[in-house]
Design a protein around this ligand. Structure first.
Ligand code: UD1
Length: 431
């Protein structure tokens, strides 16, 4: 099992280039099932969630050709199965998008309940509500979600809560539904818009993605497309938080600054200078970070996927901050690990009370999930001394070449595979 060994205490400085958005690509890949044709997708991040999705599509009969590390051609003409077993589906949360895509193409999908990071209960009732409104019936049997319809028809759907997954999944299924579908109380995240743009590039008729109401006119057929995935908002935000926590100065390239506004504004409140360019942002950290209040909220609110990284920054601020998590009930599991590094954080229900300390100190910690894992890496980079971050397979789900990018900024991080390498890594930066 791999782990990161990190010698902290150095400000991170320089430039980093952001990869394609994980949460867009894990929906765009299943969406190619609807094309029944050849699609070329660029700016695909080289992360394990993407490999898992490509592997599932391959096993289902899609032909995949790598043009280079970040571009693939995918031919979904020969997919002839609508069943995805548990062994495959458990590998990632986004396997739920296979339900919408297979239902759209075959009027039938049988997909095992999805896996992914444990952040709480993570129900899929709103996905099912949408599929049923389109005319499907749903059964959950032996851990399989079985959805089928004679035919799908347009419908008016009001989601009871804002869900990224349900919005995208129902959009996938409704692409071929006869007539008009109107979806209300939808998620507006940049990746929702990106998936809609991809579907439209294949001939779908989806209007309003990114706004309050999405309208879809069903079409009979799609065609292949050439498409580039948008940059990853959360990867960019993670490096922005890294600049703040290490008192560094990082130019984050290949981003859409508009998507980062909620993060930039919060970092400014914390005392950072954030400069926006056409496709880059630069974060210059102050000597003294300031405390603030954070409340996670669906886009354009502050992203729940940036909550752990922000708590690390605030753990180093001069004063007390309050961070309220409103999306997932179990997203503070990393706090105990952070305390091992000397952070002063107390969690009561969905709120973290963060009392800034002068500095953190290196410790051995375990990543409990993807974003919390990235947050612990940030904490280790800011801490005095050596840290080990275990279970980095969570981090590799969502960050392409994370350690390599951090080394490019002067971070002293090594990915080790066994205890002997671990000792070497510790000695490497000891002088
Ligand atoms: C997606 C992202 C994840 C991000 C989250 C919120 C992917 C693969 N994952 O997760 O990184 O943290 O959005 O931005 O894109 N809910 C229900 N019923 C449902 C669906 C959701 O009650 O049918 C609830 C959830 O428990 C949660 C909230 O709605 O409290 C938002 O969840 P949702 O936006 O669906 O998150 P995911 O799609 O799982």
């Amino acid at each position: 099992m791999e782990k990161f060994v990190i010698t902290g205490g150095t400000p991170l400085k320089g430039e980093v280039t952001i990869s394609g958005a994980k949460n867009a690509v894990v929906a765009i890949l299943p969406a190619t099932i609807l094309a029944e044709d050849v699609c070329r997708i660029e700016n695909i991040p080289n992360i394990s969630d993407v490999s898992a999705m490509i592997n599932i599509l391959n096993i289902m009969g899609a032909q995949i050709k790598y043009i280079n590390k970040n571009t693939i051609e995918i031919d979904t003409r020969h997919i002839n199965s609508y069943v995805v077993e548990h062994e495959l589906s458990k590998q990632l949360r986004a396997s739920y998008y296979l339900i919408g895509a297979l239902l759209g193409r075959f009027n039938h999908a049988e997909v095992a309940m999805p896996g992914g990071c444990y952040l709480g209960v993570r129900p899929i009732d709103q996905h099912i509500k949408g599929f049923e409104a389109l005319g499907a019936t749903t059964r959950i049997e032996n851990g399989m979600v079985k959805v089928e319809a004679e035919s799908l028809h347009g419908a008016r759907i009001y989601f009871d809560n804002v869900s990224v997954g349900a919005t995208i999944n129902v959009m996938l299924a409704a692409t071929f539904a006869e007539g008009r579908t109107v979806m209300e109380n939808v998620a507006k995240e940049p990746h929702v818009v990106d998936v809609a743009n991809f579907l439209n590039s294949m001939g779908a008729r989806i209007r309003g993605a990114g706004m309050d109401v999405i309208r879809i006119e069903g079409v009979r057929k799609l065609h292949g497309s050439d498409y580039a995935v948008i940059p990853d908002q959360i990867e960019a935000g993670t490096f922005m938080a890294m600049a703040a926590a290490t008192h560094g100065d990082i130019l984050v390239r290949n981003v859409i600054p508009k998507h980062l506004e909620c993060i930039s504004l919060k970092l400014r409140e914390i005392g950072c200078e954030v400069r926006s360019y056409d496709d880059a942002v630069r974060v210059i950290a102050p000597e003294k970070l300031l405390p603030t209040r954070v409340r996670t909220y669906p886009y354009p609110g502050f992203p729940t996927d940036m909550q752990p990284q922000t708590v690390v920054v605030l753990a180093l601020a001069g004063g007390s901050s309050v961070v309220r998590e409103t999306i997932f009930e179990n997203r503070f599991k990393y706090v105990d690990e952070l305390k091992r590094m000397g952070a002063d954080v107390t969690v009561e229900s969905n709120t973290a009370f963060v009392h800034g300390v002068k500095g953190l100190s290196g410790a051995d910690v375990v990543a409990p999930d993807l974003r919390a894992g990235a947050a612990l890496v940030i904490a280790a980079l800011s801490a005095e001394g050596v840290s080990g971050v275990d279970k980095i397979e969570y981090i590799q789900r969502g960050y392409e070449d994370f350690d390599q990018k951090i080394r490019g900024l002067g971070g002293r991080i090594t990915c080790v595979k066994n205890p002997r390498d671990e000792r070497k890594a510790m000695l490497r930066y000891a002088q």
